[in-house]
Design a protein around this ligand. Structure first.
Ligand code: FES
Length: 153
């Protein structure tokens, strides 16, 4: 009786496992690399209304130390931008089309969603679809002597 030769060679097995592991690591990187989301500055204090304070001298918010920089504060779902004119903008970071985190464009002082290209003005109004609803805009106050920003409704 002949035994079918359907066993896998050791080196072929290792090659397949290695490819699978590499693919998993690549997927993790694609999902996680390049994100600029910042952890919640006041974890546990989320009462449903946005109202938080950050110290922009903290390296976590280092992007705000430069005009034209921005950060996304995770859990608060807020994007904070420092304009080229040195003023502050805070709006919801969640694209009103399908929820992708948006980015700030300093050169045009507006926001753009990388997913389908929706654009929002500095006040959160839609300037280009497919989004049809404005972003929620928040108030921002800056206290120079403590280097702190308060973002609130
Ligand atoms: S999710 Fe932002 S444009 Fe579609």
């Amino acid at each position: 009786m002949e035994i079918p030769n359907n066993t896998i060679e050791r080196k072929d097995f290792l090659k397949q496992v290695g490819l699978g592991f590499g693919a998993i690591m690549l997927m993790n990187c694609l999902q996680g690399c390049g994100e600029t989301e910042i952890p919640d500055p006041n974890p546990g204090s989320n009462t449903g209304k946005v109202d938080f304070t950050i110290d922009i001298s903290n390296p976590t918010y280092g992007n705000l130390q430069t005009k034209g920089g921005f950060v996304i504060v995770a859990n608060q779902k807020v994007i904070i931008a420092r304009t080229q004119a040195d003023s502050w903008i805070a709006v919801s970071s969640v694209c009103t089309h399908e929820g992708t985190p948006i980015g700030y464009r300093a050169a045009t002082n507006d926001f753009r969603c990388p997913n389908h290209g929706a654009e929002f003005t500095a006040t959160g109004a839609v300037q280009k679809g497919p989004a049809a609803t404005a972003l929620k805009k928040y108030n921002v106050t800056f206290t120079a002597n403590t280097n702190t920003l308060r973002v609130f409704e």
